[in-house]
Design a protein around this ligand. Structure first.
Ligand code: AVI
Length: 322
């Protein structure tokens, strides 16, 4: 095996960067936005006035907490509340406090791949809501869900918040939902957020904020290539560009090269050539309507039993059952 083959095999990140930057048109996966810097930038995005998604979902929790909980556990028999990619738990805390106030018997399982995120949240909850039973779970989503299936015989409610599913193309979203379906029992439910179609300008602004945080977030994938793969990207030689297609409901992010240039990536022994104004497609953020969500649910073996929206109808959380 040549040294080039070895370095390409070195890690999935390297392999996928090689694949994406040698394709036409060029692409990189948005999952690589998230390292320590990217996590912080995403926290900042969630606080931006333009990024309406976080507040809309928070409002849904505040407005509908009583009915949401009733739909989870109508006869208060007790259940396990599992959150995939829990983050700082700000939205979930609204539900958790209500759960205790209304004497539901619940154990909260925040799941994240990052030990740092899970430990921080568990510690914070032990101070803010000490009566709550919390069992943080570190690991890849499906591996942890499989573990939980065997640990607990109670009803499971699995929360997937933040319209995270919107970063997946429909076939991948169906694949993800089918995997969830496979680890669920008949009584279990998914509580999942889907950002809705709306005025195209509103969507564009959310992904193209005035302060440039989203641009820095998008460019972080190049910074990661520089740090982790010996890349030589000049991030200022690229612009962040957002487009939104109101017909498909797909917002797409790009990095566009301002000039003709060649960038070396040492660890991949790769030279990447860019024409002036050539793009790298980096992310999709899908916006939905009821028909599309119904179709996704059906394709993955679910029915929708309930939904909750905010005052502006920007965002919706749906309850899926098998
Ligand atoms: C995590 N995900 C749902 C965000 C979104 O809205 O697509 C990531 C993001 N990208 C740019 N801004 C926020």
């Amino acid at each position: 095996m040549s040294s080039k083959d070895q370095s390409v095999l070195m890690c999935t990140f390297g392999k996928e960067v090689h694949e994406g930057l040698t394709s036409f048109p060029k692409y990189l996966s948005s999952k690589y936005f998230y390292d320590e810097v990217g996590d912080k930038l995403f926290q900042k995005i969630m606080e931006l006035p333009e990024y309406y998604l976080t507040n809309a979902e928070y409002d849904i929790f505040k407005l509908h907490k009583t009915n949401i909980l009733k739909s989870f556990d109508p006869s208060k028999k007790g259940f396990d509340l599992i959150e995939l990619g829990a983050g700082d738990g700000k939205k979930t805390k609204v539900l958790l406090k209500e759960l205790l106030k209304e004497n539901y018997d619940v154990t909260y399982h925040p799941i994240d791949i990052s030990k740092h995120a899970v430990d921080g949240l568990v510690e914070n909850l032990s101070l803010e809501i000490p009566e709550l039973q919390v069992k943080g779970q570190i690991g890849e989503y499906f591996e942890v869900l499989d573990r939980l299936k065997h640990i607990s015989s109670r009803k499971k409610v699995i929360m997937v918040l933040g319209s995270n599913i919107g970063n997946l193309l429909h076939p991948r979203a169906i694949q993800f939902l089918k995997k969830l379906n496979a680890v669920m029992n008949a009584d279990d439910e998914v509580f999942i957020g889907f950002d809705q179609k709306k005025h195209p300008q509103k969507v564009l602004d959310a992904y193209n904020d005035q302060t440039g945080v989203t641009a820095a977030f998008n460019k972080n994938v190049l910074t990661r290539i520089n740090k982790e793969l010996g890349g030589h990207f000049d991030v200022d030689a690229f612009i962040h560009w957002e487009v939104y297609d109101p017909e498909s409901g797909t917002a797409k992010s790009y990095l566009v090269s301002k000039k003709k240039q060649t960038v070396d990536i040492d660890c991949l022994e790769l030279q990447v050539h860019f024409e002036a104004w050539e793009s790298i497609h980096t992310e999709i953020s899908q916006k939905y309507d009821d028909d599309t969500v119904k179709w996704l649910a059906k394709e993955s073996g679910f029915v929708i039993t309930n939904d909750f929206t905010d005052e502006n109808e920007y965002y919706k959380n749906y309850v899926f059952k098998k």
